[in-house]
Design a binder for this molecule. Structure first.
Ligand code: PLP
Length: 350
């Protein structure tokens, strides 16, 4: 079998892809594709409604939160958030890596940014000192650091709105929505195809602001403001159905724990490969590792590719190797990876 361990776009469930392929030209009538269907049509509206209902069910999103389906990726949220939420024009950001830094860079265009750095205790758990959070409009955290392979397992209670970038762990592990003011994510890892961004926002945070209309959250509440990424929304609705059929986010998390533990356990006992992260902060979805030298990392990438295992290179900024194990990666994909790693190890030591 062939698997792709890409950090994004990630794998989508095979069953969903086959269903999409089969129905591509028969959406409304024989010969009419979902891609050609108006976003104002009744049949598309049914998809939007079902998509939102399913997301609300699997994430337990209460009614006082709006769900927005935007474009521009998680990256556009780096600026939309400070633009829409600035009152004091002061924000707090926990700097946990490359994606946090990009969010911080954009926020600086709209106000003062107070930086917090994560502390790591003896168990490897990541936390931060809330006493450093002053009079800010919000506190921003990246829940799962896609590139570094780390995640927060616990976030302290705070009295300012907590904003979470959940791009690489949304739907992969349970998130207590009510603890957050905004949760946002690019769709292309666990939700559906690229081109779609979900923003789950507590309604009281949607305020009036002098902004270009697309960039104002209020424009998007309970309505399709402009032509959305219709095809991606259609596929996302099918992916959410698949998640519900599999037992919901609880079942996804259970499977993701099993998958990542299988790989971490191998990395612990391997003589060649090692994990780049230790302890409780290890991500369930992104596992960076190395053979400890970049030349043999590249050789392993090639070795794996020849055996149908793709996209195992680390992020261009950190190098090494990385396996992303999003929801649609079956446990067989992890077992196969471990098998190929063992074969490479044996070949290296003969
Ligand atoms: N934030 C995190 C944690 C990510 O992993 C990514 C993409 O990989 C982004 C933000 C950027 O997302 P997008 O490409 O949708 O703008």
């Amino acid at each position: 079998s062939t698997y792709t361990y890409s950090a994004g776009p990630g794998m989508l469930p095979k069953e969903v892809m086959q269903e999409v392929q089969q129905h591509l030209l028969t959406f409304e009538h024989e010969g009419i594709s979902i891609i050609e269907t108006s976003h104002r049509s009744e049949s598309f509206q049914q998809i939007v409604d079902s998509l939102e209902e399913r997301l609300r069910r699997v994430m337990k999103i209460p009614e006082n939160y709006a769900v927005l389906w935007l474009q521009g990726g998680a990256t556009l949220q780096f600026s939309m958030i400070p633009m829409n939420l600035r009152k004091r024009k002061r924000f707090a950001y926990v700097d946990t890596g490359i994606w946090s830094k990009k969010a911080i860079k954009d926020a600086r265009l709209f106000g003062q940014v107070d930086l917090l750095y994560p502390r790591i205790d003896e168990t490897g758990e990541m936390s931060f000192d809330l006493s450093l959070v002053q009079e800010v409009d919000y506190l921003h955290v990246t829940l799962n650091n896609t590139i570094e392979g780390t995640r927060f397992t616990d976030i302290p209670e705070t009295n300012v709105p907590l904003i979470a970038d959940a791009s690489s762990n949304i739907l992969a592990e349970q998130i207590d929505v009510e603890r957050f003011g905004i949760i946002y994510a690019g769709a292309q890892k666990n939700i559906g195809p690229a081109g779609l961004t979900v923003v789950i926002i507590r309604r009281d945070l949607i305020q009036s602001a002098e902004l270009p209309s697309y960039l104002h959250y209020a424009s998007h509440v309970d309505t399709l403001f402009n032509t959305p990424s219709t095809f991606s929304m259609y596929v996302a609705e099918r992916v959410l159905k698949w998640i519900e059929d599999c037992g919901g986010v609880e079942a996804m998390e259970r499977l993701n724990r099993k998958k990542s533990e299988t790989l971490y356990t191998f990395l612990e006992q391997s003589n060649l490969f090692s994990s780049l992260v230790s302890g409780k902060r290890r991500s369930l979805t992104n596992v960076p590792f190395t053979t400890s030298d970049s030349e043999s990392d590249r050789r392993f990438e090639q070795f794996a590719r020849e055996r149908g295992l793709h996209e195992l290179g680390g992020h261009r900024s950190v190098g090494g190797l990385r396996a992303s194990l999003y929801n649609a990666m079956p446990i067989e994909g992890v077992d196969r990876l471990v098998e190929v790693m063992k074969a490479f190890e044996e070949e290296t030591y003969v």
